[in-house]
Design a protein around this ligand. Structure first.
Ligand SMILES: Cc1ncc(COP(=O)(O)O)c(C=O)c1O
Length: 365
């Protein structure tokens, strides 16, 4: 059992009062014990407008800066527990970046080498960060899962070619989802003292959505509604709304780390228990990203903003004062030279979705 599970729970709900109790967390086990136990932040202005409460789990406060630190820790623990990874070994992974960054931190702290396969479409800063954290990085062209040159298959083959090496396999290794069943889900439930009406977030591997959904459904006897959010270019929305018959997808999104062409092993576990799906256009996501920065002081990456758009949509169909929880998966730092650049926004046809009064945040040419 992880120490994060047994250490006493730190109550850290942010209410709209100015009083707060701060309980310091001491990690006696290095960086591993500093993963998780993130604050739950009420989005005050948005909640006021909606007459329903939107809470965001501040996952950008993890040591590696994203929700994926939780999966990274559990994937490594799983490989160690199963005897697949011994001292001095190598972890190999295919990742859009954040899992790699989480793995890199844990690998450094435990003396493992790390090899990363990443689509070459991802923000350069993520690739640079992985390298400076000591990972060997292979940026590769994106290919469909069925193609043997897909980054997952490349990572698997790489691990198989080495002694004492493991392919973490975050998409289909259920240790990923388990991280959220054992940590993120229980934290949310306790932070709101069981007053959770709905949960939503988008999916990459699906570990976050599936694990939290499983925990919240179980602890509430199915009362918590769970609705999956999907960007353009992903098949999860059509899969859910067609009752599992269609994997159709079209278009693309500026968000990074989410969107799928298949139902992953992690998502498969819980996809039949979901209450619905929402598809979120990029225009609404970029508008929310700027609005949250301006009104709530939250500097989020695209997926966190998309998740909040989804939470607001879902909240509108719930009774007044309902509590809807979502995930603020990472911060905007890694993407700032794109999402705060006028040229980039124009190139993606996104500038028109940002109202004039928010243009002050567009600081790059
Ligand atoms: C920024 C960001 N948001 C969301 C996700 C999706 O999380 P999950 O893989 O648990 O579905 C990822 C995954 O890499 C991510 O990097």
């Amino acid at each position: 059992m992880l120490r994060t599970q047994v250490k006493s729970f730190i109550r850290c709900v942010s209410t709209n009062s100015t009083s707060s109790t701060f309980t310091p967390i001491v990690s006696h086990n290095g960086i591993a014990d500093a993963v998780g136990n993130t604050p739950l932040i009420k989005l005050v202005k948005l909640s006021e407008r909606l007459g329903r409460n939107i809470y965001g789990k501040a996952e950008f406060q993890n040591p590696g800066g994203s929700i994926k630190d939780r999966a990274a820790l559990y994937l490594i623990k799983d490989a160690e527990d199963r005897g697949l990874l011994k001292a001095g070994g190598t972890v190999v992974e295919s990742t859009a970046g954040n899992t790699g960054i989480g793995l890199a931190h844990i690998c450094r702290s435990r003396g493992y080498d790390l090899v990363i396969y990443i689509p070459n479409t991802q923000a350069q800063s993520k690739i640079d960060t992985l390298r400076l954290l000591g990972a060997e990085v292979f940026p590769v062209p994106p290919k469909p899962f069925e193609d043997p040159e897909n980054f997952n298959h490349k990572a698997k083959r790489h691990a198989e070619s080495l002694e004492n090496a493991v392919w973490a396999n975050q998409f289909d290794n259920l240790a990923n989802r388990q991280a959220h069943i054992e940590t993120t889900g229980p934290e949310i439930w306790r932070q709101l003292e069981g007053k959770v009406d709905a949960f939503t977030c988008s999916t990459g591997t699906g570990g976050t959505f599936a694990g939290i959904t499983r925990y919240l459904k179980e602890v509430s006897n199915g009362k918590v509604k769970s609705i999956v959010a999907d960007p353009p270019g992903s098949c999860v929305y059509s899969y859910v709304t067609s009752g599992g018959k269609s994997l159709e997808r079209s278009g693309g999104s500026f968000t990074e780390g989410i969107g799928q062409g298949r139902i992953t092993g992690n998502l498969q576990q819980d996809i039949d228990t979901v209450d619905g799906a929402v598809s979120i256009p990029d225009g609404e996501t970029i508008n929310m990203l700027y609005t949250l920065l301006d009104e709530e002081g939250l500097y989020l990456g695209g997926t966190g903003a998309l998740n909040v758009v989804a939470a607001a949509k879902i909240a509108k169909d719930l009774p007044e004062n309902s509590n809807v929880v979502t995930i603020l998966a990472d911060s905007g730092h890694k993407y700032s030279d794109r999402i705060f650049s006028k040229k980039w926004l124009e190139s993606k046809d996104l500038l028109k979705f940002i109202p004039e009064h928010l243009h002050k945040h567009i600081v790059y040419p």
